[in-house]
Design a protein around this ligand. Structure first.
Ligand code: PMP
Length: 351
């Protein structure tokens, strides 16, 4: 036996770069606008003495706000430190069987990392050549299913009927629908939680509510599935979310007008930028998210364009993965001005 034999070795997820210098940052799908002024007020007016105490163990301040906003009872809601924490807890809780958990080959690249770290058997199912999920591929024996809808990094959305088809064909396993980007397009699978007790819908405040720095995620499911999730959470770390995050999250969810304004602006900028990308010869599927996954025209390698943009202090995301992914760039939608500068730089690089 060696020391190494006693150690859990994993290949970690690679997060997007967070450069310290000021750049045009379009690499991690953050929101280009600040959080709601109500969030800023909630934090400014917070009772600092409360920080002496542990936070609410049941995240009640936040879950109550989420419950009123969506009209869903609190026993169907679970919150965590970003949707990464919520998803990780879901993997640990729901995927304890022996059959493989299924998810697409091109999807959020954290899923296989969690499966590896928790030693969950899994199988990836190839998307078709146009990056579509083929629903019938998920109608087989499995230990669970994970679908990002809209999918990342492709930006492609499935209709609610297709998601329901996948859920209804998997009554003996949990289907996780990761809706990190649903506020930018597509219809949510949320109504399915009333109809099926094997579906969990996961959301985040990192994108459409401009709170990536606060780390707030949540999910919805049957009271039974939420109880199982809490049992595991309380067995790992009971005080997950900090007090300022609980207050900020509640304030963010209550400011619906601001939320609609910023998501509307991003959707509009996305449409304008898509036109520019087309003119530049990029090919891409229509995006239902706050990013576009685009392939540069022949003659311009994605990795080259990525490096050239970086030299100009414009950061986008390039995944050094198999060909279908590596020949694309994932470009977050920023402000109109940022997208203008990016379009100018792309023109220059490919000129
Ligand atoms: N799901 C998907 C599909 C994502 O792209 C991300 C962002 N990296 C997350 C979940 C996690 O987001 P967060 O932890 O910030 O909520």
């Amino acid at each position: 036996m060696s020391l190494e034999d006693n150690i859990r070795r994993v290949t970690p997820y690679t997060p997007g770069e967070q450069p310290q210098k000021k750049v045009i940052k379009l690499n991690t799908n953050e929101c280009p606008y600040p959080p709601s002024p109500k969030v800023v007020d909630a934090i400014k007016n917070a009772d600092m003495d409360a920080l002496r105490l542990y936070p609410e163990v049941d995240c009640d301040t936040l879950n109550s706000a989420i419950s009123s906003y969506y009209g869903i009872p609190k026993d169907r809601i679970f919150s965590g430190v970003g949707s990464d924490d919520v998803l990780s807890m879901c993997f640990l809780t729901y995927f304890a069987g022996t059959e493989p958990v299924l998810f697409p080959d091109i999807t959020y690249s954290f899923y296989d990392v969690w499966a590896e770290v928790y030693r969950i058997p899994y199988e990836t199912i190839p998307l078709d050549e146009d990056f579509n999920i083929v629903p019938s591929d998920y109608s087989r024996e499995n230990g669970g299913v994970v679908i990002a809808n809209p999918n990342a990094p492709t930006g492609v959305v499935l209709g609610p009927d297709v998601v329901e088809d996948i859920v209804s064909h998997n009554k003996n396993s949990v289907v996780i629908v990761d809706e990190a980007y649903i506020d930018f397009g597509g219809r949510s699978a949320l109504p399915l939680i009333e109809k099926y007790d094997n579906v969990v819908v996961v959301r985040t405040m990192s994108k459409s509510r401009a709170l990536a720095g606060m780390r707030i995620g949540y999910c919805f499911g049957s009271p039974k599935l939420i109880k199982y999730l809490n049992d595991v959470k309380y067995s790992v770390n009971s005080y997950t979310m900090n007090t300022p995050a609980l207050m900020a999250g509640a304030a963010a969810i209550e400011d619906d007008e601001y939320f609609r304004d910023i998501t509307g602006r991003i959707i509009k900028t996305r449409a304008d930028f898509a036109e520019k990308l087309k003119e530049l010869g990029f090919s891409f599927r229509e995006s239902s998210t706050n990013f576009i996954f685009a392939k540069p025209p022949a003659g311009a390698e994605a990795s080259y364009v990525f490096e050239e943009l970086k030299k100009r202090d414009i950061y986008v995301r390039h995944f050094k993965k198999p060909a279908r992914i590596a020949d694309h760039l994932r470009i977050t939608i920023g402000t109109d001005e940022e997208m203008e500068i990016l379009a100018g730089a792309l023109k220059e690089i490919m000129g």
